[in-house]
Ligand binder design. Sequence first.
Ligand SMILES: CC(C)(COP(=O)(O)OP(=O)(O)OC[C@H]1O[C@@H](n2cnc3c(N)ncnc32)[C@H](O)[C@@H]1OP(=O)(O)O)[C@@H](O)C(=O)NCCC(=O)NCCS
Length: 202
Amino acid sequence: MLEEEYNPRRKLPPHLRPVPPSEPAFSFELRQATERDLPDMLEIYNHYVANSTVTFDEDALTLREMRHKYRDVERLGFPWLVAVSSTGMILGYCYVTPWKAKAAYRYTVEDSIYLSPAATGKGVGKALMARMLDDARAAGIKEVIAVIADKGAEASIAMHERFGFKKIGEMGRVGFKFNRWLGTVLMQKSLKGGPRAVRAAK
Ligand SMILES: CC(C)(COP(=O)(O)OP(=O)(O)OC[C@H]1O[C@@H](n2cnc3c(N)ncnc32)[C@H](O)[C@@H]1OP(=O)(O)O)[C@@H](O)C(=O)NCCC(=O)NCCS
């Protein structure tokens, strides 16, 4: 008779049980985004369009629209970064766009940051934001504004606060999504330093 036939539920004592293989450490790197990353970034963004109020878009963005946005940012020399896992998966991205088109606003941008849902809460957002602020400063940007939904974006508000963004205002009931009214919280951070030509312009 085999051992498992007379004692099928016999378990090894804890000290003799094989050690399960440990989970590989979560690791990622940051790099400048390229056009090849657009489909992955689009998938991440459209998840939030369809399932959340963190963006006020209601219709899925198309690849063409995202490419257009990407090329505008690239032409201006502003940062557009991705976080990539050790297996090459795009975990999230962030970028800045001009706050407004009028010339005098040229040192002011609005930031955007989106992580794949499975990649949230692991420090990826923090790493992307830190690098984006450094790159924005190096690109001559002076002020960064965040426009954040007042419902469902608590993590974003907390992260911006953590990076020294100050609340500068609120707009009530400016959006209507999923059958309810939404407002926005406006936050601003001044970037110190930057290229001399830009400092002279301040
Ligand atoms: C907001 C977002 C970019 C933050 O990135 P993240 O990788 O999840 O956050 P991190 O793990 O790097 O944590 C950064 C800080 O965010 C805050 N934070 C993160 N998750 C949070 C949560 N669930 N609740 C409250 N605060 C949270 C904390 O202040 C944290 O700092 P700490 O670790 O020192 O406490 C990410 O959660 C995301 O993509 N969310 C969905 C999309 C979105 O809201 N985008 C912003 C639109 S304005």
